[in-house]
Write a protein that binds this ligand. Structure first.
Ligand SMILES: [Ca+2]
Length: 432
């Protein structure tokens, strides 16, 4: 017991350091945010890398907390989200390519403000035997072979794998064919690589997760201190407005709801970019034409994947192109200012016979009656998190599963999709 206490003190020390550093950096952040607002809508070529980093970090710090201020509750997410800095943004991209994953990976690799420490593959849209080589292909196409790529989980934590080949084609890339990759995955399994990188840069690594959360949950399970030293996690996943693979669940969370629950309950500051916004990001023929006209390997590959994906969608009878779910999550990390955000306590249904993988967003303003603004904060402090009514056979007697509301996630609730596509297509095509 004593030994366990010694081990668990490290993250607390780090959080104290974060708090101290945050106080010093707050003034800088506010200045930078004002600068960003002035420069807002058009990202001109005059923007330096420093400007962009300031934009990404400061907007992350402030844009998500416009609805409520929960400073008195000291959620860990506030401290770590607001930890702005001038250095590179260390990220690990966890992915299951996947049409929209492929474009998201290319976007990340074309974004100089990111220091991609690793790409980790997971089973999801298609099996790992396909997602891993697809990830390697994207690294080769982008000319970023210095980025380690690791093989992750072949199946969810406790469930059989359900794939989405119906949406992504049998090869995961909408049927777009690319040569076998020449490079190989590193020897370390994904969960181990995630753990090692997060420990190498304590407090600095953000996980961009655009597939089922199996690899991340495995890493967290293997190292109980990891959550406390991760900077944040930005996920494509979940929905507060109905699912896509079932009426309740979004695909990534549906595939591995137990893993998603571990992540949401871990204490990592989570940014959730779910169907609420990603279903507003339909790819069009015009986007594809711009990509096909781009005179570089990334644009050509993105155009080929996008063309195939649109064609695949048409053959399936869909009237619009596929949504760029995963690219939106990456873009939201690069520039959160084109989305609207709201804080929630998010939990994941894992027991439902029909609803496993549903994400529920608890918020003081989610009821059917509104309170006066001055009452809202106090109501939030006193709001219990209520689950289903206990059955007669249950030993549980109360529906309350948590006695008070503390937000654990910043959820994207609206998006300016034209600004998103300006960033996505601009970067992939090399026009911006
Ligand atoms: Ca994905």
């Amino acid at each position: 017991m004593e030994r366990r206490n010694e081990r668990s003190c490290a993250p607390r020390v780090l959080i104290l350091v974060f708090r101290a550093r945050h106080r010093q950096s707050a003034r800088y952040c506010l200045k930078a945010e004002l600068k960003v607002k002035i420069m807002d809508t058009k990202v001109s070529s005059r923007w330096t890398r420093r400007n962009f980093v300031a934009s990404a970090t400061t907007t992350l710090a402030f844009s998500g907390f416009a609805n409520y201020s929960f400073a008195t509750q000291e959620p860990a997410m506030n401290q770590r989200h607001s930890e702005a800095g001038n250095g590179p943004l260390h990220v690990i991209v966890d992915t299951d390519p996947g049409v929209d994953d492929a474009l998201a990976l290319l976007l990340a690799m074309r974004s100089p403000e990111l220091k991609i420490e690793a790409i980790t593959a997971v089973a999801g849209n298609v099996p790992l035997e396909l997602t891993l080589p697809n990830a390697l292909r994207m690294v080769e196409i982008a000319g970023r072979t210095e980025i380690p790529v690791a093989a992750g989980a072949q199946a969810p934590l406790v469930r059989r794998l359900v794939t989405a080949a119906y949406a992504h084609g049998e090869n995961g890339l909408g049927g777009a064919v690319f040569p076998e990759p020449k490079i190989k995955a590193v020897a370390e399994p994904a969960a181990e690589l995630i753990r090692n990188i997060v420990r190498k840069y304590p407090g600095e690594v953000t996980l961009l997760t655009i597939g089922p959360l199996t690899n991340v949950a495995a890493a967290l399970n293997s190292d109980p201190e990891l959550a406390g030293i991760m900077r944040s996690l930005v996920m494509m996943g979940g929905s507060l407005s109905g699912g896509n693979i079932t009426p309740a669940a979004e695909f990534n969370v549906y595939v591995d709801p137990e893993a998603a629950r571990i992540v949401f309950q871990s204490g990592i500051p989570v940014t959730m970019v779910g169907l609420d916004v990603t279903r507003k990001t339909s790819l069009t023929d015009e986007h594809v034409r711009v990509l096909e006209a781009g005179q570089n390997a990334v644009s050509q590959a993105a155009g080929k994947i996008a063309r195939n994906a649109i064609q695949h969608n048409r053959e399936q009878g869909f009237l619009v192109g596929p949504n760029m779910h995963d690219s939106l999550a990456v873009a939201a990390f690069l520039d959160p200012s084109f989305l609207k955000w709201k804080e929630y306590y998010v939990d994941v249904e894992t027991a439902g016979e029909l609803t496993a993988g549903e994400t529920l967003g608890y918020s003081p303003s989610a009821g059917d009656l509104r309170r006066r603004p001055e009452m809202e904060k106090q109501a939030a402090l006193n709001m219990p998190i209520r689950g289903s009514a206990p059955t007669l056979a249950s030993t549980r007697t109360s529906p309350v599963v948590r006695d008070k509301f503390v937000p654990n996630a910043k959820v994207a609730v609206d998006v300016d999709s034209s600004r998103f596509f300006e960033l996505l297509i601009g970067r992939l095509s090399g026009n911006k």
